[in-house]
Design a protein around this ligand. Structure first.
Ligand code: A2P
Length: 268
C-alpha cells in the first residue's frame, strides 16, 4: 500500500520538488486523476509535461506526465493510467491525500501555443490519457485569444473512460474565470471504439469518412484556417499525423511554429 511504500523515508533528490497530494479521483480500474500542491516558483506553459516520481526508493522511477491543469491554477493536476506492473503507476495508483509526490523542476513539450502559427480553429485530438495536455489548454485564456473555435476530440475504448473529459468540458464551461470565453466556441467530440455510445469509431475513421466534421458543423481540414494538436499512443499519432499531412498541414516545433504538433501520451 501507499502507506507501506512511504514509511521508509528516502532523501529528496536534487532538482526535484516534493509536493503534497491534495485529492485523488478514480475513474475506472485503469484511470485516475490526482492534484498536488504547486511550488511557488514553478512556471510552465499550458500543454507541457513534467517528470513525476514517488519518494519510495533511493533512485526513484520518473515518468513523463502532461500537466492537466492550466498555468493559472494554484494546484497541479494529472491524469494517469494504472498498470498493475508499471514501474511507477503500480505505486502511484495508491496515493492518498497527504502523501508526497516528486516532480522534476523543469517542464517541456511541443503541445504549446508557441509551436503553432495563428489560425481560426484549433483541433485537439486525443485518445485515452492523451487528453491530459488538452485539459490544460482548454482552460487557458490564451487558447481563446488565439482561436475563434476550439475543438477537443477524445476517443476511448469504453464509455466510462470518457468521463474525465466530460467533466472537464462541463466544468470549463461553468468556470467563473474562463467560462464566458468558451461560450459557443468550445466544442467537444467524444467517441468509443469497443462499447456502444452515441458516436462510435476511431478518430482516424471519423476524419476519413467526414463524420467528425459533419458532427461539428465544420469543413474538412484546411491549412488556411485549421491548426491541430495530437496526443495519444504511438500508433494513433502516426495515423492521425498521416491524415493531417494529407490535408497539407506542416508539423511545427517550439523553434519553428507551423500547422500541427504531436506528443506521445504517457504509457506504463
Ligand atoms: P481501438 O479500440 O480500435 O484500438 P489504447 O488504449 O490502445 O491506446 O486505445 C485508446 C483509443 O485509441 C481506443 O479507442 C483505440 O481504438 C484508439 N486507437 C488505437 N490505435 C489507434 C490508431 N492507430 N489510430 C486511431 N485510433 C487508435
Amino acid at each position: 500500500s501507499a502507506t507501506e511504500d512511504q514509511t521508509v523515508e528516502f532523501p529528496i533528490p536534487a532538482g526535484v520538488f516534493a509536493e503534497r497530494v491534495i485529492s485523488v479521483t478514480h475513474y475506472t480500474d485503469n484511470l485516475f486523476a490526482f492534484r498536488i500542491t504547486r511550488p511557488q516558483s514553478f512556471r510552465f506553459r499550458s500543454g507541457e509535461f513534467v517528470m513525476i516520481g514517488l519518494p519510495n526508493a533511493a533512485k526513484p522511477v520518473f515518468r513523463a506526465y502532461s500537466i492537466a491543469s492550466p498555468s493559472w491554477d494554484e494546484e497541479l493536476e494529472f491524469f494517469s493510467i494504472k498498470v498493475a506492473d508499471g514501474p511507477l503507476t503500480q505505486h502511484l495508483q495508491k496515493i492518498q491525500p497527504g502523501d508526497t509526490v516528486l516532480m522534476r523542476q523543469k517542464s517541456t513539450g511541443t503541445l504549446v501555443h508557441d509551436a503553432l502559427l495563428p489560425g481560426k480553429r484549433l483541433y485537439m485530438i486525443s485518445t485515452g490519457t492523451g487528453i491530459a495536455p488538452f485539459a490544460s489548454l482548454v482552460r487557458d485564456p490564451e487558447t481563446y485569444e488565439k482561436f475563434d473555435e476550439v475543438i477537443l476530440t477524445h476517443t476511448c475504448r469504453d464509455v466510462a473512460e470518457l468521463k474525465y473529459g466530460e467533466e472537464l468540458i462541463a466544468d470549463t464551461r461553468e468556470d467563473p474565470l474562463i467560462g464566458e470565453l468558451t461560450e459557443g466556441r468550445l466544442k467537444h467530440f467524444a467517441s468509443t471504439t469497443r462499447e456502444a455510445s452515441p458516436e462510435m469509431g476511431r478518430i482516424t475513421t471519423l476524419i476519413e469518412n467526414g463524420r467528425l466534421f459533419e458532427a461539428l458543423g465544420t469543413e474538412p481540414l484546411n491549412r488556411e484556417v485549421d491548426r491541430v494538436m495530437i496526443c495519444g499512443s504511438m500508433a494513433m499519432i502516426k495515423d492521425v499525423k498521416e491524415l493531417v499531412e494529407k490535408a497539407g498541414l506542416k508539423e511545427g516545433s517550439n523553434s519553428e511554429p507551423a500547422d500541427f504538433v504531436v506528443e506521445r501520451a504517457f504509457v506504463g
